[in-house]
Design a protein around this ligand. Sequence first.
Ligand code: TMP
Ligand code: ASP
Length: 237
Amino acid sequence: MNQSTLMYSGKAKSIFSTDDNNTLLMEFRDDTSAFDGLKTEALSRKGLVNNHFNAFIMQKLDDAGVKTHFIEMIDDTKSLVRHLDMIPVECVVRNIATGSICRRLGVQDGMQLETPTFEFFLKNDELHDPMINEYHIRSFNWATDEEIQVMTELTFATNSVLVPLFREANIILVDFKLEFGRYQNELLLGDEFTPDGCRLWDADTREKLDKDRYRQDLGNVVESYEIAARRLGISTI
Ligand code: TMP
Ligand code: ASP
């Protein structure tokens, strides 16, 4: 598998084509960004930790029947993935209220939700990823009715798989964001699952082990990602 041209460079990952048009190479860089690219910094080892973290979670999801684009890790910062046609929508599930939902709805930070809640956001940094609903998705033809249903079901299924997995590591899965794409008439989970795109709290102390450490200048960002990884049994040496 020869790595060839850079196809796309995002805020934290780069995507390369390979000699197989159905397969892409995804590189996790050390670059870190928050607030839709307003704040950026390179944090040593983050690419490596996130690549290992993502591989572990994607494999767990695949094993549990949530199909993903992940194929295999090829070195410390790169993985092979299936080439998806991405849907420009972000799917968020929340178990505890924190972050944007508290600002939008005026609810108490840290409040346990009666049942997990679900939100769609449009993937558009310039517009600051506005919240949208399924009518917007249908009206602007970002996805079909069936795709909306599958994205919703797979996001809740991911929550059901990952909440107990993190709980065993004494970590609360507070919320997370997923992105999906089309591949050969199927919808697969794409992008990544790492502490960059979810909130993880220590179950005893509620200490943050995710990108809020970077957003809120709490320090020890990558060290905290590694604590979460180690507790899950992921080797990042
Ligand atoms: P929020 O509280 O800022 O809406 O974020 C909810 C969760 O989704 C949180 O774990 C961060 C993640 N997220 C991203 O990773 N990228 C995004 O663009 C958005 C909107 C959320
Ligand atoms: N909107 C997300 C955040 O604030 C992602 C990003 O902008 O990098 O972290």
